[in-house]
Design a protein around this ligand. Structure first.
Ligand SMILES: *Cc1c(COP(=O)(O)O)cnc(C)c1O
Ligand SMILES: [Zn+2]
Length: 409
């Protein structure tokens, strides 16, 4: 695979071969996939991509797998011009990147997992696993079912019922751990080494994380090959946020766009905002927190890519903002009522944070802004209880309809 040079430690720069490794043996820094952009540049072109499959696999030249093995229709989700939401927020060129309808499990995680499981198959694993806040478990379970791999997913025991069912239906072994996501992740890191399984977000993490770049590639292509002026991205571990930035820079590196001056804005729930807090306090290190928020899909108290996310913010001229649980619910409802898109709590966080960024004057009304909606609202129905109008209950009679429904308007 000439396009991939190998893995490199983000801290000390030591090189490693393409293997299921994720930390440097010398300094414990995380490993990153390194590409030969000069080589890729020779064959990649806008036309070649546009002729490719209508999935994230059209960008395979910039992904660390030889060929897709599973998840063949992940990605290539709609980029919606959000006129009505833009009017409410005071933005004239707002777009929604809508991964609430990603295939097959309705969140952005189908991007990272289709890449990770394809890589796991390339490596010859017969069992895949993950530590998850919910969406990752759904996606890993589905992709393992597709590929015929044994599957173990580890989740915090208090997840939303819909997210637990959304894993169980694929018949993996679901391990519900009493504790937070960070407890689950620590447990998985301890067991990952011994088992010879492909833990998608542990020993396969460098490959897994690359799938997130496709959320940058697609937006740029869908905008007619230009990078947005600003994007808003919900952050848990901070991986998606940093990889969107990496993806944008790669497009410039291989000559598909001339310039990138996108400001990267990060969104976190106030009840779990270790990266946003570090940014606001001007720290370059993360203080882990104990999550307390309805936004469970992005509730990671000790974010693995937190410090790299802060670097991305500095490099791109971005910023961070947080949303309370109440504002998150308002964000979910606002997006639904203006654009007809039903997102989960992470998307509600994006919308609520975008509103605050505009209010703070950080985004100009004329700028081209993309808000990333990363998951589907049907998975977190319970957070809406008590926040919407009740159905009008009537008997099956014309009179009741007139008295109870028409009389109201
Ligand atoms: C996992 C997830 C994210 C972001 O995750 P990172 O760990 O920051 O890459 C955002 N939104 C949703 C819905 C997710 O499931
Ligand atoms: Zn190192």
């Amino acid at each position: 695979m000439a396009k991939v040079v190998g893995l490199r430690c983000r801290e000390c720069g030591r090189d490693y071969p393409v293997e299921p490794l994720h930390v440097c043996e010398f300094c414990f820094g995380p490993l990153e996939v390194i590409y030969d952009y000069e080589e890729i540049k020779k064959t990649i072109s806008r036309e070649k991509i546009e002729r490719g499959p209508k999935s994230l696999w059209r960008y395979i030249d910039l992904l660390p797998v030889e060929r897709p093995r599973v998840g063949l229709s992940a990605g290539f989700t709609p980029l919606k011009r959000a006129k009505k939401l833009g009017e409410v927020l005071g933005l004239k060129n707002l777009y929604i990147k809508d991964d609430s309808v990603n295939h097959p499990t309705l969140s952005f995680k189908d991007r990272v997992v289709s890449v990770a499981i394809s890589k796991a198959i390339e490596f010859g694993f017969d069992t895949a696993a993950c530590a998850s806040t919910g969406n990752l478990a759904n996606s890993v379970a589905s992709h393992c079912a597709q590929a015929g791999l044994n599957c173990y997913v580890f989740i915090p025991a208090n997840l939303e019922t819909q997210k637990i069912f959304g894993s169980l239906v694929f018949n993996p072994t679901v391990v519900a751990v009493e504790g937070t996501y960070d407890d689950v992740n620590r447990l998985c890191s301890e067991i990952a080494n011994d088992l010879g399984w492909a833990f998608v977000n542990i020993n396969i993490r460098p490959f897994y994380a690359e799938g997130s770049k496709t959320l940058a590639f697609e937006v740029v292509e869908q905008l007619g090959w230009r990078a947005p002026d600003a994007v808003v991205v919900p952050a848990a571990s901070g991986s998606l946020y940093t990889k969107i930035w990496k993806g944008l820079k790669e497009l410039k590196e291989v000559g598909l766009i001339d310039s990138v001056s996108t400001r990267m804005y990060g969104a976190q729930a106030e009840g779990c905002s270790p990266i946003a807090q570090a940014w606001k306090e001007g720290r370059d290190f993360i203080k882990p927190v104990r999550p307390n928020t309805i936004a469970k899909s992005i509730a990671i108290g000790n974010p693995a890519d937190g410090i790299y996310a802060l670097q991305t913010t500095r490099e791109s001229g971005g910023d961070w903002e947080t949303a309370t649980d109440e504002e998150i619910v308002e964000g979910i409802k606002l997006l639904a009522e203006t654009e007809g898109i039903f997102t989960e709590t992470a998307g509600g966080t994006t919308v609520a944070v975008l509103k605050k960024l505009v209010e703070r004057g950080l985004i100009d009304p004329e700028e081209l802004v993309v808000a990333y909606i990363t998951g589907n609202g049907y998975k977190t129905l319970e957070v809406l209880e008590g926040h919407m109008k009740e159905p009008v209950r009537i008997k099956a009679s014309l009179k009741d309809f007139k008295d109870k429904v028409l009389a109201r308007v």
